[in-house]
Structure formats: structure tokens, C-alpha cells
Design a binder for this molecule. Sequence first.
Ligand SMILES: C[S@@+](CC[C@H](N)C(=O)[O-])C[C@H]1O[C@@H](n2cnc3c(N)ncnc32)[C@H](O)[C@@H]1O
Length: 314
Amino acid sequence: MDIGLRLGLLAEIANHPQGVTAEGLAKQTGLDPLYVQVWCRAAYASEILESGEDQAFELAPHVDKLLLDRDFPGYIGGIPGIMVQPEIFDLFAENLPSGQRIWWDQCSPTFIQSVSETARPFYTRLIPGGFARVPGLSDRLDQGAHILELACGAGVGLIRMAQTYPQSTFVGLDGDAYSLELVADRLKEVGLQDRVSLTRGMLEEINDNEQYDVALINVSMHECRDIDKTTINVLRALKPDGYFVISDFPFPDSTEGCRTVPARVMCGIQFFEALIDDQLLPTQAFVDLLGKHGFRNVGSFDLTPVHAVTYGRK
Ligand SMILES: C[S@@+](CC[C@H](N)C(=O)[O-])C[C@H]1O[C@@H](n2cnc3c(N)ncnc32)[C@H](O)[C@@H]1O
């Protein structure tokens, strides 16, 4: 899948709904015919491609949406690229004896961009559909709110929110300098730099007071170095009645619960989480956390089997 995406083979096959032979595909992409034939057969064997009697290959059902449509809510086209990065499994194996950990500033630019691409459908599901399931939140965002995105990464969420809620203003905070450079470039490209500002800092050191209507954190709350301190900081940073929305993976709360397909995927993600010294958490841990620190109207729901939303109000 990674080769097919990276070298444009899948995208080219998508241009041929009636099918294309390996030879034709090699010509169209300017790639070596033998290698293309080998890749096509393997992709067929893996049920990513279908093939007719005329030896022409076409995309299997739904592959166009799942791997190529970056704004499809079930898009997983970012995952193959991330799985071949050394930060996922190689470094884990290398560090297994020593237990040495790393942080984001030691991850490659390719890895950081791949993470952003993998997290993209989380934002697609959340904005605006997931937000609409949090009572009262959509109205507040539509009317014009000031929103803090914690651990904003490469900025997919900030841009999506700024485009969806044109009356609102945004602050993106992240501890990683390279990620913020990516956001700044993207904001300029789309002309949103006037409504979105960026701050480099740690979640545990946020010191704002009653400034924000909404605080959002996507696939990162489990990464806090001190999750209680971060929650207390967010509570203080919110205006009265403000919303805290945690969008994250719902990791099973027992070993037995890990034997499902979604949990298998999340068990794979735990290799990288261990490397940066944390683990994915069950949704109940976020619900308890918000309750413990005095948030009101705490609730949660699943958007998919790998995506849960927990929310509360100040
Ligand atoms: C999995 S990425 C998610 C980024 C973004 N929310 C997305 O969904 O694309 C985690 C991000 O959280 C940031 N981060 C993790 N722990 C942090 C902390 N304690 N303080 C500040 N930033 C942190 C990392 O720098 C990284 O950009």
C-alpha cells in the first residue's frame, strides 16, 4: 500500500475505472514494467486490486475512498506510510533492551507529516459532525468563539475549524517547533494567519486565565506528561461555561478487550506511544479525569471503533 500510494500507482489505477494492465500502468507512470507487474500481483493478492480476464487491474471496492480520498471520514491513506517509518517498530526493537525513550523533536519530518496525515480523518469526523453531538457546542462555534487547540501538531484541525467557523478565532499550542513551522506555512498558503495564532509551549505549562470558549485536543491527551496538571490548566484557561473536548483513541480497559480488530490497530500504536513514554487510555479515564477536576455535564461517545470523544464544561 505504501509503495502504491507513494509512487502514484493507486492514483493512476483510479484514473482507469475500466481497468489497466500492468504494462499500461508502467507506461503511464514511467516505472519499470517488471516491478509494476510484481506490485500489481501483490496488490491483487492483498485484495487491494481486482483483476478481470483481460489481465487489467482496477481498484477493489472502496479503495478509492479509503486510501485516496483525503477528506473521506474513513480515510486510512496515511497509515501505510507511517507503518514503514523507523519510529514505529524499528526503534522500539532497538530500544527494547535499554528502555530508552524519545520525544517528538527526535522524530523525522516525514514521521511528523505522516502522523498528521493519519490523524486527518479524526478531524474530518469531528468537524463539524462530532462537535454537533456535544450539546450546545456548534451554536457557540457558529456565533464566533475563541478556541484553543492543544497539541495542534501540523495544523490540520486549526485550518479545518477556521474554515468551518468563519466567525471564530483560534490559538494553536504545541511543544514541537517543527510542527508549528508546518502550521505557519499552511496558514499562509490558505490565508488564515489573521484568525489563527500559534504558541510553542507544553500542555503542563499553560497559564491562561478565562480566555477561551472551547479547548480541543485531538489524539494527544494521552501524551500529557502530567495529565492532571494539564486538565487543571485547561479548566483555568476556559471562560465560565467553556467546553473542553478530548478526541482520542478508546483503548480497551483490559487485556481481554484487546482481541478485536480495532484494538489490534491500537495495540500497534502503543509501540510508538511507549517510545515517547506514554500509552493510549480508555475513554473512562478521560471521563473520570474531567469529573475529578470539576468539569460539569461530562459525557462521551464513539465516532468509530478507534475514535472516541469526551467532553465537559467549566
Ligand atoms: C499525535 S500528534 C497529534 C497532533 C495533532 N493534534 C493531530 O491530530 O494531527 C501529538 C502532538 O502533541 C504534541 N505534544 C505531545 N505532548 C505534548 C505536551 N506535553 N506539551 C505540548 N505538546 C505536546 C506533539 O508535539 C505532537 O505535535
